[in-house]
Write a protein that binds this ligand. Structure first.
Ligand code: HMG
Length: 391
């Protein structure tokens, strides 16, 4: 029997579309003070998918850099987490499997529970790898966060994907087996099948998020999870960066003196990408984790991260992870920064057309080439989505 020293995230890459809408322009369009968005909500920009981008193309762009020969041969399971699915039946992961030519003897499945789905994927993946350490699991989270035009939620929109390889003896972070859980049937945020924009009770959603965090934390400690004084950095599900500040306050209050050594610096680096991309639902927590690893000036090797995943409706999970000593060698920080720096700003009319009119188009069509990434949706033919490698 193979001895497994650790299981966790071996590799991570993010992708966000090549276009964005500036929240200063949104503030001007709504006639409100831009400081409400930049300071009150803590967001600068929202990523906007072009008409030839969707959760599949964003996912394929995130996965592609991870596929060295060794990984391609070892991926036995693909878990695709999303709450903005493109098909009620077929897993979005199968389109990615096809466009990237993954091995056929592989299981592919889609997970949904609002923003929480990828964390369920990570936990299932860790257990699969504990059983069969030679195998690797590919976790993809990809979402477009869309609310009604003119609604309070509009400033928290965004789009992006994250791809992670879960393996034995991972190069980036080891995930600890303990986790604290809290589930509650509540209508804080939902999207009936006929709608492309989510419905939300914003204030309730913040209250339930914070309750979920403190309850999951209490469950984590009851089950023997680490005390907060053993945690060096924190990473919260981040619908907008101000939410992490609220989460930190609630956790610090619940943990009492254990939290004395932690402050804003413990989660600030996890917010760099989210502030520029916006909410990416299932991907948000892991884009935050990637942001922390890529942007933290301190060497995090050997340090412990506390992670809180929240998905409305609702499920919360608190767990911890230890950063591996040589993690810096395997990050893609330069590629991520280059991608975000190269984005183009959209005017109000283009943003509105791409974000709100495109989802209404259900007829067969060829799509104009606008996507900045390597993969794009070329056409819809007889209600079949046709993807292509653009460059
Ligand atoms: P709102 O009512 O427009 O905002 O909605 P507000 O009036 O509450 O103001 C927001 C903050 O800006 C306040 O600060 C104001 O004081 C401040 P806070 O009290 O929160 O610290 N403010 C200003 N600051 C500086 N200068 C100014 C100024 N004006 C006001 N001039 C809300 C805000 C977040 C509710 C809305 O955007 C919304 O509904 N968003 C979507 C829901 C959401 O993101 N919920 C988060 C928790 S649920 C979750 O995370 C799950 C989710 O990701 C979905 C999933 O699981 O799938 C959403």
């Amino acid at each position: 029997m193979t001895l497994i020293n650790a299981v966790g995230i071996d590799d991570i890459a993010i992708y966000s579309p090549g276009h964005y809408y500036d929240l200063a322009d949104l503030a001007a369009a709504h006639g409100i003070d831009p400081a409400k968005y930049t300071k009150g909500i803590g967001q600068e920009r929202m990523a906007v998918p072009s008409p030839d981008e969707d959760i599949v193309t964003m996912a394929a762009n995130a996965v592609a850099p991870l596929l060295s020969d060794g990984v391609r041969d070892a991926v036995s399971t693909v878990i695709f987490a999303t709450e903005s699915g493109i098909d009620q039946s077929k897993s979005a992961g199968l389109f990615v499997h096809g466009v990237l030519g993954l091995r056929p003897n592989c299981r592919v499945v889609e997970f949904k529970q609002a923003c929480y789905g990828a964390t369920a994927g990570i936990q299932f993946a860790c257990d699969l790898v504990r059983q069969r350490p030679a195998e690797k699991v590919l976790i993809i989270a990809s979402d477009i966060a869309r609310y009604e035009r003119g609604s309070e939620g509009e400033c928290t929109q965004g789009a992006g994907a994250v791809a992670m390889v879960v393996s034995a003896n991972p190069r980036l972070i080891e995930i600890h087996p303990q986790s604290g859980l809290f589930s509650l049937d509540v209508m804080d945020f939902w999207r009936p099948n006929h709608r492309s924009a989510a419905l939300v009770d914003g204030k309730l959603s913040i209250d339930v998020y914070l309750r979920s965090l403190t309850e999951a934390w209490a469950d984590f400690r009851r089950k023997g999870g680490l005390p907060l004084d053993a945690v060096d950095k924190l990473c919260f599900h981040q619908p907008f960066t101000k939410m992490a500040k609220k989460a930190f306050g609630a956790l610090a209050e619940a943990a009492g003196p254990e939290a004395a050594h932690l402050g804003e610096a413990s989660y600030a680096d996890s917010q760099v990408y989210g502030r520029l991309i916006g909410n990416t639902y299932s991907a948000s927590l892991y884009i935050g984790l990637c942001s922390l690893l890529d942007n933290c000036a301190e060497n995090l090797g050997g340090r412990t991260i506390g992670l809180f995943s929240y998905g409305s409706g609702s499920v919360g999970e608190f767990f911890t992870a230890t950063v591996r000593p040589s993690y810096r060698r395997y990050l893609r920080a330069d590629a991520h920064r280059t991608m975000l720096d190269a984005r183009q700003r959209l005017d109000d009319a283009t943003y509105a057309a791409w974000f709100y009119e495109v989802p209404k188009q259900v007829e067969d069509r060829a799509l104009p080439q606008e996507a900045a990434g390597r993969f794009r949706l070329a056409a819809v033919e007889e209600q079949r989505r046709v993807y292509e490698e653009a460059i």
